[in-house]
Design a protein around this ligand. Structure first.
Ligand SMILES: NC(=O)c1ccc[n+]([C@@H]2O[C@H](COP(=O)([O-])OP(=O)(O)OC[C@H]3O[C@@H](n4cnc5c(N)ncnc54)[C@H](OP(=O)(O)O)[C@@H]3O)[C@@H](O)[C@H]2O)c1
Length: 346
């Protein structure tokens, strides 16, 4: 994967829940036998407003995590402290892979993460993104740039955390045309509906989802269906040859689902789920996120809490479903690790 001898050098843009979990796994790499072949070194870490670190020989991740936990930021007292913002780090540091872990920015239509990814690809570097924004809003530009400059652009963690949705569809469904994708893909709204089934008000249900730690930095991104719409755009672009943007996905807010509607569905032996759908329509792909009343026999009706499920409807294999149960942050970090292994293989 690398042009130079030695470990693959990673630049982490973002050191929040996912960045710190990934750093923790890499710091304890020796305790995961399956990671023995993953020869990587983190040479840069940037944040939005909590400082940055850089060291071409590899940052001491255990020390970085302790320092961040103690002080809440990277400051000049850290031996590897660097006065760098992400744009500059992307432009000047010596790294092989940019790992994009900054927040999903719906109002800014994926920026500044798109600029980070563009900057790395322009330098011929590889990019692994857990951030959906660049794939949803700049798919055509970034995939073309990656191909032209010889870098890879991978994004397994963007949908269903570390579950191998993209690698499975790409390798395991080869030869099929995907006619339709449907799923329960947003944890927050699924937790909210579950809480409301148990009698919580929408506000209490949102608070429960926040306690579960699954709500995006901006809760509206989940509640108004944006997170789901962004995921559908990524799936449509990556797996159905579309160039769909989140704004083109029809959205229904979970806030429109009333307690009465949930109770009436329950009385009929059914459940309301926020269902994400992609369907080929003529030459294009149509995306929708809406509350649907599902019979209990439908596997999508059985997705609990923070779990997710995706169903592919294909022309040869038929229907194929993947479920993810009780994911945690390590699952998302694994999505990044899976991409790093894929880069190694390539
Ligand atoms: N959490 C999950 O389970 C999950 C699952 C799949 C995908 N994702 C995606 O993974 C990404 C990271 O999620 P998270 O839960 O770790 O988010 P988070 O906890 O909110 O952390 C975001 C990190 O990004 C930093 N950041 C903000 N602006 C930045 C910039 N311009 N350049 C570099 N870093 C910047 C933040 O620093 P400051 O605090 O200083 O602003 C913070 O360190 C998001 O795009 C999210 O949608 C998350």
């Amino acid at each position: 994967m690398t042009a130079h001898a030695g470990p693959t050098r990673l630049l982490l843009a973002g050191f929040g829940n996912v960045g710190r979990t990934l750093a923790g796994i890499l710091a304890r790499r020796a305790s995961y036998p399956g990671l023995a072949d993953l020869d990587v070194a983190v040479v840069g870490i940037t944040t939005g407003s909590h400082g940055a670190l850089a060291d071409g020989r590899g940052i001491d991740l255990a020390a970085a995590l302790t320092s961040f936990a103690t002080r809440g930021r990277f400051g000049p007292e850290c031996p590897e402290f660097a006065a760098l913002d992400t744009a500059r780090a992307v432009a000047v540091l010596d790294y092989d892979v940019l790992v994009e872990l900054s927040p999903l920015a719906v109002a800014a239509r994926g920026e500044p993460a798109i600029a980070h990814v563009r900057g790395a690809l322009e330098r011929g570097r590889h990019v692994v993104s857990a951030n959906k924004g660049p794939l949803a809003w700049a798919w055509g530009e970034l995939t073309e740039l990656a191909a032209r400059r010889g870098g890879a652009l991978l994004y397994e963690a963007t949908v269903m955390d570390g579950a191998p949705v993209f690698s499975l569809a790409r390798h395991g469904l080869q030869g099929n045309t995907i006619a339709r994708i449907e799923g329960v893909l947003n944890s927050t709204t699924n937790v909210i509906l579950g809480e409301m089934e148990r009698g919580a008000s929408i506000d209490e249900a949102v608070a429960a989802a926040q306690r579960a730690g699954v709500v995006e930095a901006d809760p509206a991104a989940d509640i108004e269906g944006w997170d789901a719409a962004v995921k559908l755009a990524v799936l449509a672009n990556a797996l159905m040859g579309a160039e769909l943007t989140p704004e083109q996905v029809e959205r229904e807010s979970v806030a429109a689902v009333t307690a009465d509607r949930i109770a009436a569905a329950g009385a009929r032996g059914r459940r309301i789920k926020m269902v994400c759908e992609l369907e080929r329509a003529g030459g294009s792909v149509r995306g929708r996120v809406r509350a649907l009343e599902l019979p209990l026999g439908d596997a999508l009706a059985q997705v609990e809490g923070t779990g997710s499920m995706i169903r592919f409807v294909t022309d040869i294999l038929g229907t194929f479903t993947v479920a993810e149960e009780r994911p945690d942050l390590a699952a998302t970090a694994y999505g990044v690790i899976a991409d790093l292994f894929a880069l190694n293989r390539a």
